[in-house]
Design a protein around this ligand. Structure first.
Ligand SMILES: C[S@@+](CC[C@H](N)C(=O)[O-])C[C@H]1O[C@@H](n2cnc3c(N)ncnc32)[C@H](O)[C@@H]1O
Length: 267
């Protein structure tokens, strides 16, 4: 059994290395809409972003990911860093919110991207800043997640974000969500359907027209078949993404288990 899992780990490691190698097929500059046109196959699209991360992105993007890949500082996959790079490069959002901050990987990446493009941005994060998980996630205790997030920002010389301690479903957090119109909201908090659907219902109303809602862990029951080192997500967010109202939202992009929906109509 142990030998089997070692062989699997080795094959996985080799595949990951192979997918980093420069390949002519993926070696091109595209904008957001061109990526989906050129790579309709979701595995190819994932590989395009993974390839971009390793071969075309600026080194500071990889440095940021390297920092959060160490010591359990963050989740996600390399390709997602490239996805955020594209979203911020092409859309330049100015009011942004993350639900489920953990140790600040994504909010600090947003701050870095905005800084690099000289965009004045307001970054908010809602999270309990404790080890609270859900039925599919477990986080380690004994860490002050709030202080840790601010410390991680300081490592990159970034301005502190506006952090709100609480659960996304708390009345005070609902007020934060409803307090303005957002250009971008990323939901990666509690992955259980009952909670995630509440998050999405509130957030869709709080988005600007043209604003983007990104759902994490949302690609089960799609044509995306994950590589052994990646994941298609969890049932709750996937069900929600698969049932998004297509009169109100167009699917702008999907990269692995991250799916981005753009508000095209106010209902
Ligand atoms: C998967 S982690 C987020 C990872 C982060 N996006 C990143 O890439 O580093 C989920 C986070 O959501 C938090 N969380 C759990 N339930 C939540 C809720 N109801 N509202 C907001 N955050 C929640 C967890 O404590 C954890 O910090």
């Amino acid at each position: 059994m142990q030998t089997c899992s070692r062989i699997f780990a080795l094959k996985n490691w080799c595949l990951k290395r192979v997918h980093r190698i420069r390949r002519r097929r993926f070696d091109c500059e595209l904008n957001l809409s061109e990526v989906s046109e050129k790579f309709p196959d979701l595995r190819d699209r994932y590989l395009y972003f993974n390839h971009y991360f390793w071969n075309r992105a600026p080194s500071w993007l990889r440095d940021h990911r390297t920092f959060f890949s160490k010591k359990n500082r963050g989740f996600g996959e390399d390709a997602f860093h490239a996805m955020w790079y594209f979203l911020f490069r092409d859309l330049k959002p100015k009011t942004v919110l993350e639900i489920g901050v953990y140790r600040g990987q994504v909010v600090s990446l947003w701050s870095l991207l905005a800084k690099k493009w000289g965009v004045k941005i307001e970054i908010h994060g809602i999270s309990p800043f404790t080890a609270v998980g859900d039925t599919v996630s477990l986080y380690s205790s004994g860490l002050d997640y709030y202080k840790d997030t601010l410390f991680n920002f300081s490592q990159f010389g970034l301005k502190e974000p506006i952090l709100h301690s609480g659960f996304s479903t708390d009345p005070s957090m609902l007020n934060v969500i409803a307090s303005r119109k957002w250009d971008l909201i990323y939901i990666d908090g509690n992955h259980d359907y009952e909670v995630a659907i509440k998050d999405v219902s509130v957030c869709v109303k709080a988005l600007n027209l043209g604003g983007v809602l990104v759902l994490d862990d949302a690609s089960l029951d799609t044509s995306y078949k994950p590589f052994p080192y990646s994941s298609a997500g969890h049932p709750g967010p996937s069900k929600i993404a698969n049932n998004m109202n297509r009169n109100e939202f167009a699917e702008l992009l999907s990269v692995g288990h991250n799916r981005a929906f753009q508000k095209i109509k106010v209902l």
